[in-house]
Design a protein around this ligand. Structure first.
Ligand SMILES: [Zn+2]
Length: 406
């Protein structure tokens, strides 16, 4: 979600915003290679576009020269004076409504440049339709649909997603625990022949239905009774994936009163692993003391710090996700609220996205077992977990959309 989503401030001003010129939330770039959506960012009220996003689909290159950003379209240079509403095209000085600007290393240019100037310069090659916010190659055969295979960095939510209050498209990986030769826990109070692996698959499939109903894309690590390596499961959640949820059923070892333990709990990756990551980074950075004057060494140091920050960011997000899923899951559970915890789960250790593991209840507790084995119980849990995930995604969207404001 983070690295692939440098979106700036995206506004969702519909045509309804009274009187004011409506600003599109995104622009469609249509070329012979397909249709792609690029989000519109607002800078001091002016619609702007990320140059790296555009250059994925259009023949655009850019470089910074002092106070100037030189953006070449098809080799034709346009010189923007940074943070000033003006550009130079050859000897021509052209006033703009807003200026080009940098957010960290990302250059943004006014939408006006792509919408008005580029089509003026390349009259035969490109046109822009302000009604549909569509920039297209001239002479292009009408393309039926944007290619789903090439998801843009930003994609607005589907109609279902918008109904659920989401503004962006999301994908979640659901991991039903165990499978195949690994039955998971035997399930003392599950019906005869039913094991943890069956319950996790049922809940996982119901969760898929509930998330899809809320406009969220779902990928399953398994949808049949098969075994997937623990380290491979989190790999299903990489580019274009927002979060990872592993579903399990808990069980207590036999000891006095063990059947009384019940309830719902959510885990995210343990502190211990973070401490280990910090120790390794520190150790590696320490070695750089012997490499004074080495530019490569200095870069490595930054890479380590960045990786560490990134890991912490993922853990912070995982904690937020765990918290909201726990609150929702526990609210429908007969066995009570066991809260969130950290642990060193292998299945979560390889995650590059926020990842949680839910223990949906205890198969060693009669009431939990009956609840988990029943279709109604499974459905209520799936609905609650889906609601929690959507609440998390909405909060995440707020951060991405507003937090990127320069
Ligand atoms: Zn399990």
């Amino acid at each position: 979600m983070t690295s692939s989503l440098v979106v700036g401030v995206v506004m969702f001003l519909g045509a309804s915003s009274s009187g004011a010129t409506s600003v599109p939330a995104s622009v469609v770039i249509a070329t012979s290679r397909g249709e792609h959506v690029v989000p519109v960012a607002l800078h001091e009220g002016h619609p702007s576009l990320s140059v790296p996003a555009l250059s994925r689909y259009l023949p655009i290159t850019d470089r910074i020269e002092g106070d100037w950003a030189v953006v070449a379209f098809g080799g034709e240079p346009f010189r923007f004076l940074l943070e000033a509403p003006v550009l130079m095209h050859g000897p021509r000085m052209i006033p703009l409504v807003g200026g080009a600007y940098l957010v960290r290393d990302t250059l943004y240019v006014p939408l006006q440049w792509l919408a008005e100037l580029v089509p003026q310069v390349f009259t035969e090659g490109y046109r822009y339709d302000p009604r549909s916010a569509r920039f297209e190659e001239a002479g292009l055969p009408r393309l039926a649909n944007a290619s789903a295979a090439t998801r843009a960095a930003f994609e607005p939510a589907s109609a279902r997603g918008r109904e659920a209050g989401l503004r962006m498209a999301h994908r979640v990986v659901i991991d039903p625990g165990h499978g195949g030769v690994d039955p998971g826990n035997p399930g003392r109070y599950l019906p005869r022949g039913v094991k943890e692996k069956h319950v996790t698959l049922s809940i996982g499939q119901l969760l898929r239905t509930e998330l899809e109903r809320r406009g969220v894309d779902v990928v399953m690590t398994r949808s049949t009774d098969t075994l997937i390596n623990l380290e491979h499961r989190a790999r299903f959640c990489r580019d274009g994936c927002d979060l990872f949820v592993s579903v399990h059923v808990n069980s207590m070892p036999r000891r006095t009163g063990y059947e009384r333990v019940s309830g719902f709990e959510t885990y995210f990756l343990g502190e211990a692993l973070t401490a280990e990551a910090q120790r390794v980074a520190q150790m590696e950075n320490e070695a750089l003391r012997y490499e004074t004057g080495s530019a490569i060494g200095a870069n490595d140091a930054l890479t380590f710090i960045f990786k560490d920050l990134q890991t912490n960011e993922i853990l912070r997000e995982s904690a937020l996700l765990a918290d909201v899923v726990q609150t929702h899951g526990a609210s429908v559970h007969p066995g009570g609220d066991r809260g969130i915890s950290q642990n060193r789960f292998v299945v979560l250790a390889t995650a590059t996205r926020p990842a949680i593991l839910v223990e949906t209840g205890f198969a060693t507790n009669r009431r939990d077992g009956e609840f988990l084995a029943s279709t109604s119980g499974q459905r209520r849990l799936a609905q609650a977990i889906a609601n929690g995930i959507v609440v998390y995604l909405k909060r995440y969207e707020q951060k991405v959309l507003i937090g990127m404001e320069p």
